[in-house]
Design a binder for this molecule. Sequence first.
Ligand code: HEM
Length: 434
Amino acid sequence: MAFSLSAASHSSLCSSASTKVSLSPAVSSSAPLVALSSSSSQPHSFSSLRSVKSSSLFPHFSFTQRKYPINGTKNRGCSTKCAASDAAQLRSAKEDIKVLLRTKFCHPIFVRLGWHDAGTYNKNIEEWPQRGGANGSLRFEAELKHAANAGLISALNLIQPIKDKYSNISYADLFQLASATAVEEAGGPEIPMKYGRVDVSVPDQCPEEGRLPDAGPPSPADHLRDVFYRMGLNDQEIVALSGAHTLGRARPERSGWGKPETKYTKTGPGEAGGQSWTVKWLKFDNSYFKDIKEKRDEDLLVLPTDAALFEDPSFKNYAEKYAEDPAAFFKDYAEAHAKLSNLGAKFDPPEGIIIDNDPAQGTPEKFVAAKYSTGKKELSESMKKKIRAEYEAIGGSPNKPLPTNYFLNIIIAISVLVLLFTFFGNNNSDYSGF
Ligand code: HEM
């Protein structure tokens, strides 16, 4: 199995690994990857190469340190500094994740993956990584084998090829990218994410077991507060985040919760089985709250901690609101999810990396064909459509001014016509006298 390395063998590999430097295209993996293998085991060899990274000699390549190998081929840690992620790679990885989601229907488990990496955060501990949180520690067997993480190995196995493809994305970022993308792709809100999370490098940095919530504690509301307040989250955020159970299923063979299958899960999509909280468990909406409130169906799951949201007076305010108002749920969920994804994380650069609205690209320019018209009146939609079609017919777009050489060509053509007309026109008039 892929994640079967013991902590001891892992650290020994870490200390004895030779430094490998891979010269790889910054984004695409389709181009061949050239690996420069250095025999040096000096950590300094990488820092000296970092200065080459910025060299204009290699504008399209990035030098990245190969992580020490696990199971011969995979990279699951850093032996020196763990670099933060690269924006172009993050954008490209997001597209790859979308393809994975559309083919594997793994939205729910990706959301759970991101949550379980981040949800170990303890606000009372200042030091990183002891404070836990979104730091990629969940990739290590030491943490994966915590009871709360049962089944998450599948999510890791799905995401690993993307990690292998993009050497400049940390695990911590990739887990959160996969989770936020899954919510968005399932029809949920856009999450205001940032990236640049630094990974922990050895299993010894994993948090101790027991930081994630239990689904059936003696006093569910108190337990939820104990766990989520420790993360610095409040009642509203607890309820909003619980709404993520609009996606996915519980499986008896993983968490011990849920039925082996129900009428909603026996045919998939994806792997069949388990018990879902909602009928359409791949669609992100507020049906989780509506279904619990209406006690809709025996085949739908309600964990003791889910039920507490409609029993505890403070939680109930929010749960009732989200059952009635999907827009309020989406707004609060998006904010709470972003906050969760940042818990405990160390960002490099400290302000993080935004990939969804790249300021360098600017906001797309509005329809500007009106610039070329004479009247001040706003064009009708049909007229805009017509102008757009005309622009597109000549390979242009109304959103961008036409290339100047287009006008130059027109001017040249008109000049030629004028000259010809003058020449032949004059000749004609000469002849006309006869
Ligand atoms: C409030 C406390 C929570 C408890 C007690 C809890 C418990 C559980 C349990 C027992 C499962 C079933 C796992 C399995 O059998 O495979 C599960 C699945 C899931 N949880 Fe939670 N959870 C909580 C909060 C959250 C939060 C905050 C999120 C995300 C923001 C989340 C997202 C999910 C998702 C998406 C699944 C479905 C996974 C799949 O279908 O593979 N949960 N949760």
